[in-house]
Design a protein around this ligand. Structure first.
Ligand SMILES: [Ca+2]
Length: 267
């Protein structure tokens, strides 16, 4: 947000695990988690997350040339949750029921309008084991407060029963109401670049809260807006395999841009 709206404030910015798309980042958790709260058949218990993760690794870990439990490019991972479907009419610790297959496909899939326009890219393959959105029985973290308190200004608003997760009416409502204040999704970083500003963006692929795919899609939008050559003069992006939100996880944190012991620096 600093680089977009106040380009004169800083000469250099490190943006780690940034929740720059606030409305999208508050809607996507509901999109993923609420179906399982409404319909137990689509609830994916935490006891199965490791089994799913192992199947994802089995399908995609080696694609980057190194079998190290890390996936360098989740977008290239074609793991299909249906591949671990339980035998018909059965359930098991290492397989998914039909409802759970649906839920996992939803987790990985982009959120789109009826005309196909993507509004949120979903969550990356490999992040399922660390996810704070799968296997929860009630809203939690920021989105639990965002919808009743910010969007509806009604503490009694019940997300689970009321939020629109078959369409985008609530997403659009939130964008219209608070997007201008909360969201930092403008890809035009020319003013920041023209002033000589430098921007380092990094995000852990195993971020349990904020989808690193959204960071990737924003960076693509910047390149499209500013141009690849120009972008290369002031901006670097690092997507860290196996790293959780800002810290932790099974992969190495990019310490040269994120000093040890510090949480994310939001830009
Ligand atoms: Ca690997």
């Amino acid at each position: 947000m600093q680089a977009q709206r106040y380009p004169e404030n800083f000469d250099g910015i490190v943006a780690g695990g940034a929740m720059f798309d606030w409305v999208g980042g508050q809607f996507a958790p509901a999109w993923v988690a609420v179906p399982g709260m409404r319909n137990p058949a689509q609830f994916v218990p935490k006891s199965k997350h490791l089994a799913i993760h192992k199947k994802v690794l089995a399908a995609c870990d080696a694609q980057d040339g190194l079998t190290d439990s890390l996936i360098q490019n989740p977008a290239a991972c074609k793991f299909d949750p249906a591949s671990m479907a339980c035998p018909a009419g059965q359930d098991g610790a290492d397989c998914l029921t039909p409802g759970q297959v649906t839920a996992m496909k939803r987790y990985y899939s982009p959120i789109t309008r009826s005309n196909g326009e993507e509004v949120f890219p979903g969550f990356p393959k490999g992040s399922e084991h660390s996810s704070a959105l799968l296997g929860i029985d009630k809203p939690a973290n920021n989105w639990a407060g965002f919808w009743p308190e910010v969007v509806y200004e009604d503490p009694a608003y019940d997300i689970v029963s009321r939020i629109d997760i078959t369409g985008l009416s609530d997403y659009d409502r939130a964008r219209a109401k608070v997007g201008a204040a909360y969201d930092a999704i403008d890809p035009n970083l020319e003013p920041f670049a023209n002033r000589g500003g430098k921007l380092i963006v990094w995000h852990g692929w195993h971020d349990q809260l904020v989808s690193a795919l959204r960071t990737e899609s924003y960076v693509k939008a910047v390149i499209e807006r500013v141009g690849a050559t120009r972008t290369d003069t002031f901006m670097r992006t690092y997507l860290a395999p196996g790293v959780n939100h800002c810290r932790g996880g099974v992969g190495p944190i990019p310490r040269r841009v994120q000093p040890a012991g510090e949480s994310c620096r939001l830009g």
